[in-house]
Design a protein around this ligand. Structure first.
Ligand SMILES: [Zn+2]
Length: 619
């Protein structure tokens, strides 16, 4: 291929390159020359500047140091405080993987320690943060990726070959709405050029029984013809059907951030269990989830990656939850740019910076509208924080207990961080999966707001290991909390009171007027949460039992992971270049239409509110 020829011709004769292969869009050169391996950094930089592709140089397996000796050397040069939890080797990639509680100390000042390891052992170090709270999900994902290193090497090389196959001219671009248009749930978009078919999210709706899955039976779509899947974040309404694609034969790449990958595994595994508990056949098995992870190409925020012969992807912070991202897709050579916001928060929250608006160009922006209507004016996040603490304190003063139904991932960690920062002095119980999700948060502080990173990395003040937090891991532990009379806060799934342990707590808490049911997140139409918010006092549980709600019902607004209308408009106004077309999705009918009308009026931009199954031509 031309790119390989260009690189080869720029290398000196004595470089002793034994292999050139792709790792997705990255090009890896393996050398047998130890001196060249140590001294080629400047030369490689020059070549990178010339060919505009990422290139990495690694040692040929024949020149790396013995594994045991390498381990010894690592332990002798890395300070003890780094808390090395594990060291293992991936000879396929000439990499040594180091799990450490404090990766900064393994890297050393200006990368000195890392360099020393590299130059003395010829292995390329790959450092992963060991979560402060043990996470079974992270442990098994890392183990699986290690076991599948040989497969991944082949897969990434084949992927690279496909990406670098010269593309033809892009004479049209279009997308088809497969789900999540004029509704919330089952988000799924098929973006197409003559040569590329890329799926943006593949979610399912937990609130609806009839409109549960995206239209994967649409004539435009076929699983085998798909080139790439981009996942904006781990919530089920975006990621819940990703494993289905793999279960039914898709073997291409899944692009997302590492926290999104891990949280997706957690939530999708839980979804299978929910189906089984409800005697429904899950749409996929754990095999589908495993395959998705095996084919995941994890990207950092801001990392530019070719994903097909005519599309280049950049993920940026979306401010919505851990690892959530906007997807910027550059199509053709300078031809067209599409920005898909996914779920978007354009305000700094306790845990995350506000969404990025740093995109060179975006001719079309596909934007969510969960709170897109003019009536949806949310109080500030700070105001939400104050209200939350206030309601909890008042309930505790009355000797009551607070139930906060939460998604396992997102608002719950926000609420935890707020409570950990307050002087509320009662136990905070995290039921079931909420605890696992919180553990995953402790592995990725670099995806959180600067202020939280500072707290965790420099002040040793990690909100997620606060002594007031107690994980509930078994029904026995739950029973103990239910039988106790002491004031407490319980955070539990499901966030909209459709199943989950939250129902058990609600049943138990409902009798006493001094208890409080506190909503902090979006309650979709058709859910029990929405009915209670509307004022229903007598509710029927799934087991047929009817209960009367005597406890206080409160909603704290402002803690949402979504933007209200003014934040959405502000996001658009802060984009470097005004888009030509705005497409509105991820909102109930009226919200989509209202936001479109407002954007058109205020910003004089063409707006579009397609329905599911409609196709829109962009170019
Ligand atoms: Zn979401």
């Amino acid at each position: 291929m031309k790119i390989i020829e260009d690189i080869s011709s720029a290398l000196p004769k004595n470089a002793m390159i034994s292999d050139i292969c792709y790792e997705g869009s990255e090009i890896i050169l393996y050398t047998k020359n130890k001196e060249f391996f140590k001294t080629c950094t400047e030369l490689i930089k020059k070549i990178v500047n010339k060919v505009k592709k990422r290139i990495e140089i690694r040692a040929d397996p024949s020149i790396v140091l013995d594994e045991e000796k390498t381990k010894e050397l690592i332990k002798s040069v890395v300070p003890k405080e780094a808390g090395i939890a594990d060291i293992y080797f991936e000879p396929e990639f000439a990499k040594v993987v180091i799990h450490s509680e404090k990766p900064g100390l393994v890297i050393g000042k200006n990368g000195e320690t890392l360099n020393e390891i590299r130059e003395k052992t010829f292995w390329t170090p790959n450092i992963k943060r060991a979560p402060v709270i043990d996470s079974e999900v992270i442990r098994s994902i890392r183990k699986m990726l290690h076991k599948e290193a040989g497969y991944r090497k082949k897969f990434l090389n084949e992927l690279g070959k496909k990406i670098y196959t010269p593309g033809k001219e892009v004479d049209w671009i279009r997308f088809t709405a497969l789900g999540g248009f004029r509704e919330v749930g089952r988000s799924c978009i098929l973006l197409q050029t003559p040569q590329s078919k890329v799926l943006l999210d593949c979610g399912l709706s937990v609130a609806s029984n009839t409109k549960q899955f995206p239209y994967l039976d649409a004539p435009e779509f076929n699983i085998q013809g798909l080139d790439a899947v981009i996942l904006s974040h781990a919530h089920l309404d975006h990621a819940g059907m990703v494993p289905y694609l793999y279960e039914y034969g898709y073997r291409g790449p899944l692009y997302c951030t590492r926290p999104t990958r891990d949280l997706m595994a957690l939530l999708d595994l839980d979804y299978i269990q929910i189906c089984q508990r409800e005697n429904k056949k899950p749409p996929y098995s754990s095999k589908g989830i495993e395959e998705a992870i095996k084919h995941c190409v994890a990207l950092e925020y801001g990392e530019v990656s070719d994903i097909t012969c005519d599309m280049r992807l950049t993920l940026q912070n979306a401010g919505h939850l851990l690892g959530s991202s906007t997807s910027h897709i550059h199509i053709g050579d300078g031809l067209y740019n599409v920005l898909y916001t996914g779920d978007l928060k354009y305000e700094k929250t306790k845990l995350f910076e506000k969404a990025s608006t740093d995109y060179a160009r975006a001719e079309t922006v596909i934007i969510e509208s969960t709170y897109g209507s003019s009536e949806d004016s949310l109080p500030s996040h700070t105001e939400g924080e104050e209200n939350l603490v206030d309601i909890v304190k008042k309930t505790i003063e009355k000797g009551g207990r607070v139930l906060v139904p939460c998604f396992a991932v997102g608002r719950s960690q926000d609420v935890i961080a707020i409570l950990a920062d307050s002087n509320i002095d009662v136990p905070i119980y995290l039921d079931g999966m909420l605890w696992d999700a919180t553990a995953i948060h402790t592995a990725y502080p670099e995806f959180m707001a600067k202020s939280v990173q500072n707290q965790i990395l420099h002040k040793g003040k990690n909100p997620f290991i606060d002594p007031r937090l107690k994980g509930i891991g078994s029904s026995k532990e739950r029973e103990a909390v239910l039988n106790s009379v002491h004031p407490a806060v319980v955070l539990s799934t499901s966030g909209m009171l459709v199943g989950g342990p939250a129902i058990e707590y609600l049943q138990n808490f409902s009798e006493k007027p001094n208890n409080t049911l506190l909503f902090v997140g979006y309650q979709a139409e058709g859910t029990m949460g929405r009915r209670i918010q509307k004022g229903w006092k007598q509710i029927q549980l799934d087991n047929g039992k009817s209960i009367e709600l005597k406890l206080g019902i409160e909603t704290v607004q402002g803690l949402s992971g979504h933007s209200d209308q003014k934040q959405l408009l502000s996001f658009i106004e802060h984009l470097k270049n005004k888009p030509r077309k705005m497409v509105i999705n991820h909102g109930e009918n009226s919200k989509c239409v209202d936001l479109a009308r407002t954007i058109h009026k205020m910003l004089k931009v063409e707006t579009n509110t397609p329905k599911d199954l409609e196709t829109v031509r962009l170019k």
